[in-house]
Design a protein around this ligand. Structure first.
Ligand SMILES: *[C@@H]1O[C@H](CO)[C@@H](O)[C@H](O)[C@H]1NC(C)=O
Ligand SMILES: *[C@@H]1O[C@H](CO)[C@@H](O)[C@H](O)[C@H]1NC(C)=O
Ligand SMILES: *[C@@H]1O[C@H](CO)[C@@H](O)[C@H](O)[C@H]1NC(C)=O
Ligand SMILES: *[C@@H]1O[C@H](CO)[C@@H](O)[C@H](O)[C@H]1NC(C)=O
Ligand SMILES: *[C@@H]1O[C@H](CO)[C@@H](O)[C@H](O)[C@H]1NC(C)=O
Ligand SMILES: *[C@@H]1O[C@H](CO)[C@@H](O)[C@H](O)[C@H]1NC(C)=O
Ligand SMILES: *[C@@H]1O[C@H](CO)[C@@H](O)[C@H](O)[C@H]1NC(C)=O
Ligand SMILES: *[C@@H]1O[C@H](CO)[C@@H](O)[C@H](O)[C@H]1NC(C)=O
Length: 447
């Protein structure tokens, strides 16, 4: 109890200063999601301008009662939307629940489609539905250009049965894949905004091999105990902005992997969960590189990790030009961690002679409370020591009243400003402060 009170006392003092001065503009709750104004019924409805069309899935046979299989109706509406020219709006109306089975939604549309989800889309509860299908996908969009998904509604993965069958929940279960609720693959100029994603089977939202993505005003929610329910997963994607979102799940709030670059994350509230992760990179000796990432403005609460870079032994490639700044943490277990010995397998991982290089990583203006004594941990590999680490204005105190400390192994860098815990490397004026945004403005298209 005494320890807990200590954490709260520290937390209170720092929260007071921090929230009042820095975070208040960021952390007010999301405004109520807008619902779409219903329009009169007819199968294809033209709005004011010539090339704007609205398609209601109900007009294509969707019942929206949560029981009827509405998949076919969605596919039919999409097919029409995709074949027309101009701006097409496909609407899942407010107040209804649409049961949608695993779907594969292809692109190369003539139109620019907006998917307005104002109601709720739910997945089948029973994993048996996926028999003979790809177990990794539920709502799978690929090859679509200029798609916007919005509408203030909810996408519910109904993941409970998948979680119960996970080998991470019960080690007697065999390990098998589970679906990502919403996947966008090879999409360009994509916007996903003003939606709630809940209880995904595995990851909630994944961008793979996409370009120019904006994800904003999202609420991603799943129990802290749900396995592998990452919030937003960014893989092999270039030019991503994630902002103004709340993520509370059982795994990484945001994970950035596999040849991604120009990623800009701002105003994120994260936790519970496993924090914001770069990686894991280099699994099974892969060559992978993540570069030009800025995380600017995040609140992490009760997370297992804070800001993390994790790589496997034996991989190759690079994690570089990464800046974390303006971060407030509360009760975070590994607030700042670089781990080049990451090993998430049942068998122990051997040390190897190659590693993913970790270079030019900055941590600036980071404060709050740590649930572990080692508030800063840089565990870098002998094969490829970390270079160009930079710390400035860090204040991470213990939740439990003791001192916090830094751990370094094969970590090289510099530090400036006020630093607690004291860093392992020396203070210097000859510092390398990343200027990620300047030389890598995400160049996101007009939002
Ligand atoms: C639901 O509809 C889709 C699309 O028509 C179909 O592929 C699927 O088999 C249906 N599922 C069930 C359980 O009827
Ligand atoms: C794990 O699964 C086994 C076999 O299905 C079951 O007997 C056991 O009770 C489960 N354990 C837990 C902790 O749920
Ligand atoms: C930060 O994000 C929240 C939603 O999580 C939003 O309500 C708030 O307005 C955002 N703040 C700024 C400054 O954009
Ligand atoms: C990353 O990109 C490199 C070079 O383009 C390629 O060789 C490598 O296979 C990619 N890695 C993955 C995991 O996609
Ligand atoms: C700190 O976070 C852990 C989860 O990482 C949670 O179990 C614990 O209750 C939290 N403690 C406080 C004081 O909030
Ligand atoms: C790998 O190397 C690190 C650092 O030298 C060492 O602490 C660790 O014990 C080694 N692990 C194995 C499995 O040899
Ligand atoms: C790291 O920064 C140094 C100094 O600015 C630069 O010379 C080097 O090329 C950078 N490394 C990477 C991988 O960007
Ligand atoms: C914390 O560090 C200070 C200064 O190094 C030392 O005097 C004090 O004993 C430490 N407290 C604990 C609980 O280790």
């Amino acid at each position: 109890m005494k320890n807990l009170r200590y954490c709260f006392t520290w937390a209170f003092i720092i929260i007071f200063i921090y929230v009042n001065v820095l975070v208040t503009p960021y952390l007010t709750h999301a405004e109520g999601f807008d619902s779409v104004i219903q329009r009169p019924r007819s199968r294809l409805r033209r709005t004011r301008t010539r090339s704007k069309w609205v398609l209601y899935v109900g007009d294509y046979g969707a019942k929206g009662d949560g029981l009827h299989n509405d998949t076919e109706a969605f596919l039919e509406a999409w097919g029409i939307a995709c074949s027309l020219a101009g701006f097409i709006n496909v609407v899942f109306p407010f107040g209804k629940t649409f049961l949608v089975h695993p779907v594969d939604i292809g692109g190369h549309c003539r139109s620019k489609i907006t998917l307005t989800i104002s109601g709720t889309i739910v997945a089948p509860q029973d994993p048996v539905v996926w028999l003979g299908l790809n177990q990794r996908k539920w709502l799978y969009f690929h090859g679509v250009n200029h798609l916007t998904v919005e509408g203030g509604g909810t996408i519910d993965g109904m993941g409970q049965e998948w979680w119960a069958r996970s080998c991470k929940i019960n080690s007697t279960n065999p390990c098998h894949p589970a679906p990502t609720a919403l996947t966008f693959h090879r999409c360009k100029n994509l916007k996903v905004r003003n939606l709630m994603l809940i209880n995904s089977q595995k990851m909630h939202l994944s961008f793979t091999n996409c370009m120019r993505v904006v994800a904003s005003h999202l609420k991603v929610l799943a129990p802290a105990s749900s396995p592998n329910t990452d919030g937003i997963h960014i893989s092999a994607t270039k030019g991503v902005e994630v902002r103004n979102s709340v993520i509370r799940t059982g795994d990484d709030c945001i994970s950035i992997v596999r040849n991604s670059s120009r990623v800009w994350i701002r105003n994120i509230s994260c936790g519970p969960g496993h924090g914001i992760s770069i990686g894991s990179l280099g699994k099974e000796n892969k060559w992978e590189t993540v570069q030009n990432v800025i995380v600017d403005g995040a609140y992490l609460y009760n997370t297992d990790n804070g800001l993390r870079i994790k790589t496997w032994q034996g991989g190759s490639g690079l994690a570089s030009k990464i800046t974390f700044q303006n971060i407030w943490m509360e009760n975070v277990s590994n607030p700042i961690i670089i781990d080049q010995f990451y090993c998430d397998s049942r068998n122990p991982c051997e040390n190897q002679t190659s590693a993913v290089r970790v270079e030019n990583i900055s941590f600036i203006d980071i404060q709050g409370t740590s649930a572990s004594d080692e508030a800063i941990k840089f565990a870098c590999s002998d094969a490829s020591p970390c270079e160009g680490l930079y710390l400035e204005n860090i204040f991470l105190v213990s939740c439990f009243g003791g001192n916090t400390s830094s751990f370094c192994w094969q970590a090289h860098g510099s530090a400036r400003g006020f630093l607690y815990p004291p860093p392992c490397f020396s203070f210097t004026d000859d510092f390398i402060r990343q200027n990620v945004l300047v030389d890598s403005n995400p160049a996101i298209h007009s939002v």
